[in-house]
Design a binder for this molecule. Structure first.
Ligand code: CMP
Length: 139
């Protein structure tokens, strides 16, 4: 399979626990290349725009409040089979249901504060990368 791109966001809970370094190292150890990486604090309108697909969900307000609580680290990743491999490495959305050794099992707290965001498809991964990075930022 050829190289694919996907987006990692280390969420505020994991940054507060100072686990961003461990998470990025794990992704490097899994064979991902980091094309771009930045720490940002999302504004409320930015969080609402990023998660617009979830705006009718009951947890939308809670999700946006959480994602604006503190800085996040966004990383554009590249690897063969990147979308599926990243999803396997981070584990299930709910850390309680995630497999042992996955990032969400290791560092997540609950379904809301689950340490990292993962793109659900290659198409959405590219859209989500473009939310944080201009093409000229990716090397
Ligand atoms: P993420 O991969 O960032 O994509 C959408 C996020 O919504 C998801 O991770 C969870 O953090 C969050 N989410 C999903 N379901 C719930 C829920 N039932 N309660 C709170 N947050 C949720």
């Amino acid at each position: 399979m050829s190289a694919q791109r996907t987006l990692c966001i280390v969420k505020p809970d994991a940054v507060e626990k100072k686990k961003q370094g461990a998470i990025i190292q794990r992704l490097l150890d899994e064979g991902f290349s980091i094309l771009g990486m930045r720490q940002v604090r999302l504004s409320r309108p930015q969080a609402e725009a990023f998660y617009a697909v979830h705006k009718e969900r009951p947890f939308f307000d809670e999700l946006c409040t959480f994602m604006t609580r503190g800085p996040v680290v966004a990383a554009a990743l590249e690897r063969d089979n990147a979308v599926q491999h990243y999803r396997d490495v981070i584990g299930a959305t709910d850390p309680a249901k995630a497999k042992e050794g996955t990032i969400r099992k290791l560092y997540g707290t609950d379904v809301g504060e689950n340490a990292v965001h993962g793109s659900d498809s290659q198409e959405n991964g590219l859209i989500e990368i473009s939310f944080f990075f201009a093409g000229c930022d990716l090397a």
